[in-house]
Design a protein around this ligand. Structure first.
Ligand code: AMP
Length: 602
């Protein structure tokens, strides 16, 4: 399929207001996509990679605008693109009006006059974008710029609209994950529930679309978890012991470890890297570790990898928490884990400083039966935990099965006195539902409320602090982007302020006197006394007495709290868990670079 044909269909979809018609249009497109079916299913959602593959293009707006400007001709600059964006409101429209490659762009020049526009195929666009994602190291910005410039120079105005959105991961077609799921079922006449199940285990719309078309319902039924392809983590809501005992006959209580979530994948034959597109080779690692957002973190956690390599023999996928421990093995605050979690440099030195331990609490796949692995998602928690205890007894969480509130409360007291954060309450007969924040896992923490807010701006300090930020503007996820809820300046030591300035300075997008604006990329955990309705902030609420708690380096902006949760907390409503909505949105695809509004579409 030519990219131009895809762009035509995208334009049709964008113009279609009715959900049902949108599903029908996507179904037609999938039927017509031929070999490109996987790419089509991903591109429609603004993705180059499937959900389990955390690679990104790593192209920020500045680089993208520069490539556009270059392709538009020597007299256009990135600043011009930004100005047009301010006027026209949306980057696709800007790109469509720039007349890319139509004039003296170098690409056109090299190809001989206006032959620069050569109408790339969808597969070529996919290849080029994958090449951008693979570019690393010194000079990578220039290489990315050159590749994007080359691509932009080749496309028509109509194609440019969707190409630039794809590069920035925001397609705005009104096609969310639910739409693609329903369209796959409609296009190939298969049961939508089977499509949903296959999506849950594979985390890959392109692959499921292909299976539905080529292998039908049998193929979907056989789609299973694969070692090396992480699934979304199952999530928890806030809950109480009495509430749990009212709903369930029995409760499985576990310590709530205060660390960072990891999904551990093990295969004795090795696990090929996601971009390899080949069978595993002998020197591929046998263990890979993924964060809650399915990014690979193996290299940052060598002792966890070594531990699993030594102890595991069979293919397995385990879910757990990595915690930092002191010399006596007692838990340290989770900030300590964050010093290690995504680290790329000085891993060995930090390993000396912060000791990490794995606490596994679930088993998603067990290959001890000699198969590629038996998918345990539909097994009850009690069974899955049994597999875990057999596979890796040294790291398996302790579980108290009880129907007595006193026993569970005593367990909680013990956990808290040992320095843990609280306890988890799980329904013993519940399935593992990836990405779902359902009622089957409840977290019970002593009552300290915090919000995870995205930092969208700051004010420079004064006097001797003129070179540091002093006050940070906080925002939460709304229907159309991020909405402000307050400013935080307290709870930050001098030393921390300098660190936060270094952390946030690269994210500045504009500056006006004392005030700066950031790209919404950094998440702060913030404590507060109360939430009040307030016309001052975009969210319609303001945090009273906000204080800085921590930078949530383990969370993407899409995982931050939402206006809806703020509203619930302000109204004293029952809180069903930190960042519930943002995480549901994330499970719906938002944490892979889609704009929040596209995720809210379903
Ligand atoms: P929160 O991050 O406050 O929403 O709490 C949920 C998180 O607690 C999960 O995502 C896990 O990272 C973590 N956690 C710690 N211990 C457990 C446990 N025993 N079972 C499940 N999740 C746990």
């Amino acid at each position: 399929m030519q990219f131009a044909a895809f762009a035509d269909r995208a334009a049709e979809l964008e113009a279609e207001p009715a959900d049902l018609e949108t599903v029908a249009l996507v179904a037609d497109l999938l039927r017509d996509a031929g070999d490109d079916i996987g790419t089509v299913a991903r591109f429609l959602q603004g993705r180059v990679f499937p959900g389990w593959d955390a690679r990104t293009l790593d192209v920020g707006p500045a680089l993208c605008y520069e490539a556009l400007a270059k392709a538009a001709g020597t007299n256009v600059t990135a600043d011009d693109v930004e100005e047009r964006l301010a006027d026209e409101g949306e980057i696709g429209t800007v790109a469509a009006n720039l007349d890319l490659g139509g004039q003296q762009g170098l690409g056109a020049f090299a190809a001989g006059g206006d032959a620069g526009r050569d109408d790339p195929t969808l597969a070529e666009v996919d290849d080029e974008l994958r090449a951008v994602a693979a570019t690393e190291g010194d000079g990578s910005e220039d290489t990315k710029l050159a590749t994007l410039f080359g691509l932009f120079s080749r496309v028509s105005d109509a194609e440019a609209r969707y190409l630039v959105r794809l590069v920035l991961g925001e397609m705005r077609l009104g096609v969310g994950e639910g739409t693609v799921r329903d369209a796959i079922a409609e296009a190939f006449d298969v049961d939508p529930a089977l499509v949903a199940d296959a999506l849950q285990v594979s985390n890959d719309y392109g692959r499921v679309a292909r299976i539905a078309r080529d292998e039908g319902e049998d193929g979907l039924r056989e789609t299973s978890l694969t070692v090396g392809r992480p699934v979304q983590s199952m999530l928890a809501q806030a809950g109480t012991v009495t509430g749990a005992l009212e709903s369930w006959d029995e409760v499985a209580a576990e310590i709530k470890f205060d660390g960072a979530r990891v999904q551990l994948h093990h295969h004795p034959d090795g696990i090929a890297p996601p971009d390899a597109d080949r069978e595993p080779a002998p020197d591929d690692p046998t263990v890979r570790l993924y964060s809650r957002n399915t990014s690979e973190v193996t290299d940052a956690l060598p002792e966890i990898r070594e531990f699993a390599e030594e102890r595991l023999d069979a293919p397995a996928i385990l879910d757990g928490e990595v915690v930092a421990v002191d010399d006596d093995g007692g838990p340290l605050p989770f900030q300590e884990v964050l010093r290690r979690f995504r680290r790329k440099h000085d891993v060995d030195r930090m390993r000396e400083e912060v000791e990490l331990e794995l606490h596994a609490f679930d088993c998603l796949l067990d290959g001890r039966d000699g198969t590629a692995g038996t998918d345990l998602l539909d097994e009850p928690f009690r069974e899955r935990h049994g597999h875990l205890a057999d596979l890796l007894p040294e790291a398996a969480s302790e579980v108290l099965y009880s129907d007595a509130a006193e026993a569970i409360e005593a367990f909680e007291q013990e956990a808290l006195s040992a320095g843990h954060e609280g306890i988890m309450l799980k329904r013993p007969d519940s399935a593992y539902t990836p990405g779902d924040r359902g009622q089957d896992w409840l977290k019970r923490k002593p009552d300290v409320e915090t919000l995870d807010c995205v930092v969208t701006g700051a004010e420079w300090g004064e006097g001797r602090r003129a070179n540091e930020f002093g006050t940070f503007l906080l925002a939460v996820g709304g229907d159309d982007g991020y909405e402000t809820v307050g400013k935080v300046a307290t709870g930050i030591t001098d030393e921390r302020l300098a660190e936060l300035t270094d952390l946030l300075e690269p994210h500045v997008v504009s500056e006006d006197g004392q005030t700066v604006e950031f790209r919404p990329e950094v998440v702060f955990e913030v404590g507060y006394e109360e939430i009040q309705a307030s016309p001052t902030y975009g969210a319609g609420y303001a945090l009273r007495f906000p204080r800085f708690v921590e930078v949530r380096q383990d969370k993407d902006p899409e995982d931050a709290d939402t206006v809806e949760r703020v509203e619930r907390l302000a109204n004293g409503g029952v809180d069903d868990g930190a960042d519930a909505d943002a995480d549901d949105a994330a499970a719906d695809g938002a944490d892979h670079g889609e704009a929040p509004d596209s995720a809210a579409e379903n």
